[in-house]
Design a protein around this ligand. Structure first.
Ligand code: PLP
Length: 411
Protein backbone atom coordinates (compact mmCIF):
# COMPACT_ATOMS: atom_id res chain seq x y z
CA UNK A 1 0.00 0.00 0.00
CA UNK A 2 1.44 3.35 -0.91
CA UNK A 3 1.88 6.13 1.63
CA UNK A 4 0.31 9.58 1.33
CA UNK A 5 0.75 12.82 3.25
CA UNK A 6 -2.43 12.12 5.26
CA UNK A 7 -0.77 9.05 6.82
CA UNK A 8 1.95 11.32 8.18
CA UNK A 9 -0.53 13.92 9.40
CA UNK A 10 -2.39 11.21 11.29
CA UNK A 11 0.82 10.13 13.01
CA UNK A 12 1.48 13.73 14.07
CA UNK A 13 -2.00 13.95 15.64
CA UNK A 14 -1.41 10.90 17.84
CA UNK A 15 2.29 11.48 18.57
CA UNK A 16 2.78 11.53 22.37
CA UNK A 17 6.01 13.54 21.92
CA UNK A 18 4.33 16.26 19.83
CA UNK A 19 4.09 18.80 22.71
CA UNK A 20 7.89 18.93 22.94
CA UNK A 21 8.08 20.61 19.55
CA UNK A 22 6.64 23.82 20.99
CA UNK A 23 9.46 23.95 23.50
CA UNK A 24 11.95 24.72 20.70
CA UNK A 25 12.61 27.74 18.53
CA UNK A 26 12.16 26.40 15.00
CA UNK A 27 11.99 28.80 12.04
CA UNK A 28 8.64 28.77 10.23
CA UNK A 29 8.70 26.69 7.06
CA UNK A 30 12.06 25.09 7.79
CA UNK A 31 12.43 21.31 7.77
CA UNK A 32 15.35 20.61 10.06
CA UNK A 33 16.94 17.19 9.64
CA UNK A 34 20.35 18.11 11.00
CA UNK A 35 19.91 17.92 14.77
CA UNK A 36 22.65 15.27 14.71
CA UNK A 37 25.08 18.04 13.77
CA UNK A 38 23.68 20.98 15.74
CA UNK A 39 20.58 20.49 17.87
CA UNK A 40 17.77 23.06 17.89
CA UNK A 41 17.46 25.89 20.43
CA UNK A 42 15.13 25.19 23.38
CA UNK A 43 13.00 28.24 24.20
CA UNK A 44 13.91 28.00 27.91
CA UNK A 45 17.58 28.36 26.99
CA UNK A 46 17.05 31.99 25.99
CA UNK A 47 15.56 32.90 29.36
CA UNK A 48 18.20 30.93 31.22
CA UNK A 49 21.08 32.57 29.36
CA UNK A 50 19.64 36.01 30.06
CA UNK A 51 19.32 35.15 33.75
CA UNK A 52 22.83 33.78 34.04
CA UNK A 53 24.31 36.77 32.22
CA UNK A 54 22.26 39.50 33.90
CA UNK A 55 21.91 38.20 37.43
CA UNK A 56 24.58 35.60 38.08
CA UNK A 57 27.37 37.26 36.12
CA UNK A 58 26.20 40.89 36.03
CA UNK A 59 25.15 41.21 39.66
CA UNK A 60 26.76 38.25 41.40
CA UNK A 61 30.13 38.51 39.67
CA UNK A 62 32.80 36.33 41.25
CA UNK A 63 30.50 35.48 44.18
CA UNK A 64 28.43 33.33 41.82
CA UNK A 65 31.06 30.57 41.76
CA UNK A 66 29.61 29.55 45.10
CA UNK A 67 26.46 31.71 45.39
CA UNK A 68 24.97 30.30 42.19
CA UNK A 69 26.77 26.99 42.32
CA UNK A 70 28.94 27.52 39.24
CA UNK A 71 31.74 25.49 40.82
CA UNK A 72 29.56 22.35 40.86
CA UNK A 73 27.78 22.86 37.53
CA UNK A 74 29.98 20.40 35.64
CA UNK A 75 29.22 17.64 38.12
CA UNK A 76 25.52 18.49 38.30
CA UNK A 77 25.02 18.35 34.52
CA UNK A 78 27.34 15.36 34.33
CA UNK A 79 25.06 13.51 36.74
CA UNK A 80 22.04 14.28 34.54
CA UNK A 81 23.81 13.09 31.40
CA UNK A 82 24.97 10.06 33.36
CA UNK A 83 21.32 9.21 33.86
CA UNK A 84 20.72 9.42 30.08
CA UNK A 85 23.58 7.05 29.28
CA UNK A 86 23.05 4.55 32.06
CA UNK A 87 26.14 5.47 34.07
CA UNK A 88 26.41 4.99 37.81
CA UNK A 89 26.30 8.12 39.97
CA UNK A 90 29.66 9.85 40.11
CA UNK A 91 30.95 8.48 36.81
CA UNK A 92 30.15 11.35 34.42
CA UNK A 93 31.25 14.97 34.27
CA UNK A 94 31.01 17.78 31.71
CA UNK A 95 34.29 19.36 30.62
CA UNK A 96 36.22 20.54 27.59
CA UNK A 97 35.48 19.34 24.06
CA UNK A 98 35.04 15.79 22.82
CA UNK A 99 38.45 15.94 21.15
CA UNK A 100 40.18 16.99 24.38
CA UNK A 101 38.28 14.40 26.41
CA UNK A 102 39.34 11.67 24.00
CA UNK A 103 42.94 12.64 24.70
CA UNK A 104 42.34 12.51 28.45
CA UNK A 105 40.59 9.15 28.39
CA UNK A 106 42.98 7.49 25.98
CA UNK A 107 45.88 8.71 28.12
CA UNK A 108 44.21 7.28 31.21
CA UNK A 109 43.59 3.95 29.49
CA UNK A 110 47.20 3.66 28.35
CA UNK A 111 48.44 4.30 31.89
CA UNK A 112 46.19 1.50 33.13
CA UNK A 113 47.65 -1.00 30.63
CA UNK A 114 51.35 -0.05 30.61
CA UNK A 115 52.53 -3.34 29.16
CA UNK A 116 50.37 -2.91 26.03
CA UNK A 117 51.28 -0.39 23.33
CA UNK A 118 48.46 -0.24 20.77
CA UNK A 119 45.24 1.80 20.50
CA UNK A 120 42.76 -0.04 18.27
CA UNK A 121 40.02 1.72 16.30
CA UNK A 122 38.31 1.51 12.92
CA UNK A 123 39.06 3.45 9.73
CA UNK A 124 35.51 4.80 9.51
CA UNK A 125 35.70 6.38 12.95
CA UNK A 126 35.22 10.15 13.13
CA UNK A 127 38.54 11.74 12.07
CA UNK A 128 39.14 13.71 15.27
CA UNK A 129 39.03 10.46 17.26
CA UNK A 130 41.76 9.01 15.05
CA UNK A 131 43.83 12.20 14.93
CA UNK A 132 43.80 12.55 18.71
CA UNK A 133 44.86 8.92 19.15
CA UNK A 134 47.64 9.33 16.60
CA UNK A 135 48.81 12.56 18.24
CA UNK A 136 48.85 11.04 21.70
CA UNK A 137 50.70 7.93 20.52
CA UNK A 138 53.29 10.14 18.83
CA UNK A 139 53.66 12.36 21.89
CA UNK A 140 54.44 9.62 24.37
CA UNK A 141 56.43 7.53 21.90
CA UNK A 142 56.49 3.76 21.47
CA UNK A 143 52.72 3.59 20.92
CA UNK A 144 50.73 3.10 17.72
CA UNK A 145 47.18 3.51 16.50
CA UNK A 146 45.98 0.44 14.60
CA UNK A 147 42.81 0.33 12.50
CA UNK A 148 40.62 -2.69 11.80
CA UNK A 149 37.31 -2.95 9.95
CA UNK A 150 34.37 -3.78 12.27
CA UNK A 151 34.20 -7.41 11.12
CA UNK A 152 37.95 -7.84 11.71
CA UNK A 153 37.87 -6.41 15.20
CA UNK A 154 37.86 -9.76 16.98
CA UNK A 155 40.87 -10.99 15.05
CA UNK A 156 42.71 -7.76 15.86
CA UNK A 157 42.25 -8.14 19.63
CA UNK A 158 45.76 -9.35 20.38
CA UNK A 159 47.77 -9.12 23.62
CA UNK A 160 49.29 -5.78 22.55
CA UNK A 161 45.96 -3.87 22.50
CA UNK A 162 45.65 -1.52 25.47
CA UNK A 163 42.41 0.22 24.54
CA UNK A 164 39.74 -0.06 21.86
CA UNK A 165 38.12 3.24 20.85
CA UNK A 166 34.92 3.03 18.81
CA UNK A 167 32.08 5.39 18.01
CA UNK A 168 28.85 3.65 18.98
CA UNK A 169 26.78 5.14 16.12
CA UNK A 170 28.85 5.94 13.06
CA UNK A 171 28.62 9.61 12.10
CA UNK A 172 28.59 8.97 8.38
CA UNK A 173 26.49 5.85 7.91
CA UNK A 174 24.40 5.67 11.10
CA UNK A 175 25.49 2.07 11.69
CA UNK A 176 25.40 1.12 15.40
CA UNK A 177 27.71 -1.28 17.22
CA UNK A 178 26.40 -3.85 19.68
CA UNK A 179 27.81 -2.12 22.76
CA UNK A 180 27.44 -5.01 25.20
CA UNK A 181 28.90 -7.68 22.94
CA UNK A 182 31.83 -5.59 21.73
CA UNK A 183 32.71 -4.40 25.25
CA UNK A 184 32.68 -7.96 26.53
CA UNK A 185 34.99 -9.24 23.79
CA UNK A 186 37.40 -6.34 24.23
CA UNK A 187 37.61 -6.88 27.97
CA UNK A 188 38.00 -10.65 27.58
CA UNK A 189 41.07 -9.86 25.47
CA UNK A 190 42.45 -7.82 28.39
CA UNK A 191 41.92 -4.42 26.77
CA UNK A 192 39.87 -1.45 27.93
CA UNK A 193 36.82 -0.12 26.06
CA UNK A 194 36.27 3.55 25.22
CA UNK A 195 32.94 4.44 23.58
CA UNK A 196 32.33 7.67 21.72
CA UNK A 197 28.64 8.50 22.23
CA UNK A 198 28.46 11.68 20.11
CA UNK A 199 25.65 10.25 17.97
CA UNK A 200 24.12 8.17 20.76
CA UNK A 201 23.54 10.34 23.83
CA UNK A 202 19.94 11.54 23.70
CA UNK A 203 19.39 9.66 20.44
CA UNK A 204 19.37 5.95 21.28
CA UNK A 205 19.10 3.99 24.53
CA UNK A 206 22.54 3.63 26.11
CA UNK A 207 23.29 1.64 29.24
CA UNK A 208 26.97 1.92 30.10
CA UNK A 209 26.44 0.03 33.34
CA UNK A 210 24.86 -2.95 31.60
CA UNK A 211 27.67 -2.90 29.04
CA UNK A 212 30.21 -2.50 31.86
CA UNK A 213 32.09 0.00 29.69
CA UNK A 214 35.35 1.45 30.95
CA UNK A 215 35.21 4.91 29.40
CA UNK A 216 32.88 7.05 27.31
CA UNK A 217 32.78 10.50 25.80
CA UNK A 218 30.21 12.50 23.84
CA UNK A 219 29.09 15.85 22.45
CA UNK A 220 26.76 18.37 24.07
CA UNK A 221 25.67 20.17 20.90
CA UNK A 222 24.13 17.33 18.88
CA UNK A 223 21.14 15.43 20.30
CA UNK A 224 21.56 17.08 23.72
CA UNK A 225 20.66 20.47 22.19
CA UNK A 226 23.29 22.30 24.25
CA UNK A 227 24.13 24.95 21.63
CA UNK A 228 27.02 25.52 19.21
CA UNK A 229 30.28 24.38 20.76
CA UNK A 230 28.55 23.16 23.93
CA UNK A 231 30.98 21.39 26.25
CA UNK A 232 31.39 17.65 26.06
CA UNK A 233 30.87 14.95 28.68
CA UNK A 234 33.15 12.16 29.75
CA UNK A 235 32.59 8.99 31.74
CA UNK A 236 35.09 6.92 33.70
CA UNK A 237 33.93 3.70 35.35
CA UNK A 238 34.30 3.99 39.07
CA UNK A 239 36.80 1.13 39.27
CA UNK A 240 39.41 3.18 37.35
CA UNK A 241 38.87 6.63 38.81
CA UNK A 242 41.35 6.57 41.66
CA UNK A 243 44.07 4.53 39.99
CA UNK A 244 45.74 7.07 37.75
CA UNK A 245 46.63 10.75 37.68
CA UNK A 246 44.82 12.48 34.79
CA UNK A 247 47.00 13.03 31.71
CA UNK A 248 45.80 16.65 31.68
CA UNK A 249 46.18 17.53 35.33
CA UNK A 250 44.56 20.93 35.68
CA UNK A 251 44.05 23.00 38.79
CA UNK A 252 40.28 22.44 39.01
CA UNK A 253 40.89 18.69 39.09
CA UNK A 254 43.17 19.21 42.09
CA UNK A 255 42.09 17.94 45.50
CA UNK A 256 42.26 21.51 46.87
CA UNK A 257 42.33 24.03 43.99
CA UNK A 258 42.17 27.01 46.29
CA UNK A 259 45.10 25.86 48.38
CA UNK A 260 47.20 26.84 45.33
CA UNK A 261 49.83 24.20 46.06
CA UNK A 262 52.78 23.90 43.65
CA UNK A 263 52.34 20.11 43.32
CA UNK A 264 49.40 18.25 41.83
CA UNK A 265 47.19 16.03 43.98
CA UNK A 266 44.12 14.66 42.18
CA UNK A 267 40.63 15.28 43.52
CA UNK A 268 38.55 12.30 44.58
CA UNK A 269 36.33 10.65 41.99
CA UNK A 270 35.31 12.00 38.61
CA UNK A 271 36.16 15.60 39.59
CA UNK A 272 39.80 14.92 38.77
CA UNK A 273 38.81 14.69 35.10
CA UNK A 274 38.03 18.42 35.15
CA UNK A 275 40.92 20.51 33.84
CA UNK A 276 40.44 24.27 33.87
CA UNK A 277 37.76 26.91 34.40
CA UNK A 278 34.52 25.84 32.68
CA UNK A 279 32.42 28.00 30.29
CA UNK A 280 29.47 28.85 32.54
CA UNK A 281 27.22 30.38 29.87
CA UNK A 282 27.63 27.30 27.69
CA UNK A 283 27.07 24.98 30.63
CA UNK A 284 23.87 26.82 31.54
CA UNK A 285 22.58 26.36 27.97
CA UNK A 286 23.55 22.69 27.95
CA UNK A 287 21.68 22.01 31.17
CA UNK A 288 18.39 23.21 29.65
CA UNK A 289 18.84 20.89 26.67
CA UNK A 290 19.61 17.94 28.93
CA UNK A 291 16.66 18.70 31.23
CA UNK A 292 14.30 18.65 28.26
CA UNK A 293 15.54 15.24 27.19
CA UNK A 294 15.13 13.91 30.71
CA UNK A 295 11.44 14.78 30.52
CA UNK A 296 10.91 12.54 27.48
CA UNK A 297 10.91 8.76 27.94
CA UNK A 298 13.78 7.25 25.94
CA UNK A 299 11.72 4.23 24.78
CA UNK A 300 9.26 6.63 23.15
CA UNK A 301 12.05 8.65 21.55
CA UNK A 302 13.58 5.50 20.17
CA UNK A 303 10.29 4.12 18.89
CA UNK A 304 9.54 7.39 17.08
CA UNK A 305 13.04 7.63 15.62
CA UNK A 306 12.83 4.07 14.28
CA UNK A 307 9.39 4.71 12.80
CA UNK A 308 10.55 7.94 11.16
CA UNK A 309 13.47 6.11 9.61
CA UNK A 310 11.28 3.27 8.34
CA UNK A 311 8.82 5.74 6.82
CA UNK A 312 11.59 7.76 5.21
CA UNK A 313 13.09 4.58 3.77
CA UNK A 314 9.71 3.50 2.37
CA UNK A 315 9.27 6.92 0.77
CA UNK A 316 12.70 6.71 -0.83
CA UNK A 317 11.59 3.47 -2.47
CA UNK A 318 8.11 4.71 -3.33
CA UNK A 319 8.96 8.22 -4.59
CA UNK A 320 12.62 8.22 -5.61
CA UNK A 321 13.03 4.88 -7.38
CA UNK A 322 14.14 6.38 -10.75
CA UNK A 323 17.16 8.18 -9.30
CA UNK A 324 19.62 5.70 -7.86
CA UNK A 325 19.62 6.60 -4.20
CA UNK A 326 21.13 3.86 -2.04
CA UNK A 327 20.20 3.65 1.63
CA UNK A 328 23.53 2.98 3.31
CA UNK A 329 22.30 2.88 6.91
CA UNK A 330 21.49 -0.65 8.09
CA UNK A 331 17.75 -1.33 7.94
CA UNK A 332 17.82 -3.64 10.94
CA UNK A 333 16.71 -1.73 14.06
CA UNK A 334 19.40 -3.19 16.30
CA UNK A 335 22.17 -1.87 14.07
CA UNK A 336 21.27 1.73 13.43
CA UNK A 337 21.21 5.04 15.24
CA UNK A 338 18.91 7.99 14.62
CA UNK A 339 19.75 9.08 11.09
CA UNK A 340 19.30 7.87 7.53
CA UNK A 341 22.04 8.16 4.97
CA UNK A 342 21.51 8.05 1.25
CA UNK A 343 24.40 7.63 -1.15
CA UNK A 344 24.17 9.37 -4.51
CA UNK A 345 26.98 10.39 -6.86
CA UNK A 346 25.55 13.92 -7.03
CA UNK A 347 25.13 14.05 -3.25
CA UNK A 348 26.74 17.45 -2.77
CA UNK A 349 24.69 19.51 -5.29
CA UNK A 350 21.51 17.65 -4.34
CA UNK A 351 21.99 18.60 -0.67
CA UNK A 352 22.69 22.23 -1.63
CA UNK A 353 19.45 22.30 -3.63
CA UNK A 354 17.56 20.86 -0.65
CA UNK A 355 19.03 23.45 1.71
CA UNK A 356 18.06 26.19 -0.76
CA UNK A 357 14.50 24.86 -0.50
CA UNK A 358 14.60 24.96 3.34
CA UNK A 359 15.17 21.25 3.89
CA UNK A 360 18.30 21.08 6.05
CA UNK A 361 20.35 17.91 6.10
CA UNK A 362 24.06 17.67 5.47
CA UNK A 363 26.62 16.07 3.22
CA UNK A 364 29.49 13.79 4.17
CA UNK A 365 32.26 12.78 1.81
CA UNK A 366 32.35 11.13 -0.61
CA UNK A 367 28.69 10.88 -1.64
CA UNK A 368 26.45 10.78 1.45
CA UNK A 369 23.29 12.77 2.09
CA UNK A 370 22.66 12.63 5.81
CA UNK A 371 19.28 13.22 7.46
CA UNK A 372 19.02 13.13 11.23
CA UNK A 373 15.92 12.17 13.19
CA UNK A 374 15.39 14.17 16.38
CA UNK A 375 12.06 12.84 17.64
CA UNK A 376 11.86 15.44 20.39
CA UNK A 377 11.03 18.19 17.91
CA UNK A 378 10.59 16.57 14.55
CA UNK A 379 7.17 15.84 13.08
CA UNK A 380 6.04 13.16 10.67
CA UNK A 381 4.52 15.37 7.96
CA UNK A 382 7.92 17.03 7.60
CA UNK A 383 9.34 13.73 6.48
CA UNK A 384 6.78 13.47 3.72
CA UNK A 385 7.51 17.08 2.74
CA UNK A 386 11.28 16.58 2.75
CA UNK A 387 11.04 13.62 0.38
CA UNK A 388 8.52 15.52 -1.78
CA UNK A 389 10.99 18.41 -2.16
CA UNK A 390 13.77 15.96 -2.96
CA UNK A 391 11.59 14.41 -5.66
CA UNK A 392 10.90 17.84 -7.18
CA UNK A 393 14.61 18.64 -7.22
CA UNK A 394 15.36 15.36 -8.97
CA UNK A 395 12.49 15.67 -11.46
CA UNK A 396 13.40 19.23 -12.43
CA UNK A 397 17.16 18.55 -12.19
CA UNK A 398 17.41 21.80 -10.24
CA UNK A 399 20.36 20.34 -8.31
CA UNK A 400 22.42 20.82 -11.46
CA UNK A 401 22.62 24.63 -11.23
CA UNK A 402 26.26 25.83 -11.17
CA UNK A 403 25.71 27.42 -7.73
CA UNK A 404 24.96 24.08 -6.16
CA UNK A 405 28.27 22.58 -7.24
CA UNK A 406 30.43 25.12 -5.38
CA UNK A 407 31.91 23.72 -2.13
CA UNK A 408 31.49 25.51 1.20
CA UNK A 409 33.88 25.49 4.17
CA UNK A 410 31.40 23.83 6.51
CA UNK A 411 29.41 20.97 5.07
C1 PLP B 1 30.75 15.40 16.43
C2 PLP B 1 31.81 14.41 16.78
C3 PLP B 1 33.02 14.82 17.35
C4 PLP B 1 33.32 16.28 17.54
O1 PLP B 1 34.35 16.54 18.41
P1 PLP B 1 34.59 18.05 18.91
O2 PLP B 1 35.76 17.99 19.75
O3 PLP B 1 33.32 18.48 19.59
O4 PLP B 1 34.76 18.89 17.68
C5 PLP B 1 33.93 13.84 17.70
N1 PLP B 1 33.67 12.53 17.51
C6 PLP B 1 32.51 12.11 16.94
C7 PLP B 1 32.25 10.67 16.74
C8 PLP B 1 31.56 13.05 16.54
O5 PLP B 1 30.43 12.64 15.96
Amino acid sequence: MSLGRTDFEALDRTDPLRPFRDRFVLPEGLIYLDGNSLGALPKDTLARLRQVAEIEWGQGLVRSWTGHGWIDLQLRIGAKIGWLIGARPGETVVADSTSVNLFKLLGTALKLRPERRVILSEPENFPTDLYIAEGLAGLIGGYTLRLAEPDELDAALGPDIAVVMLTHVNYRTGRMHDMNAVTRRVQEAGALMLWDLCHSAGAVPVDLTAADADFAVGCGYKYLNGGPGAPSFLHIAERWQSLVTPPLAGWLGHAAPFAFEPGYRPAEGIRRAVTGTPPILSLAALEIGVDLLLEAPMPELRAKSLRQFDLFARLVEQELAPWDFTIVTPRDHAHRGSQICLAHEQGWPIMQALIRRNVIGDFREPDILRFGFTPLYQGYAEIWDAVAVLKEIMTARSWDLPDHHARARVT
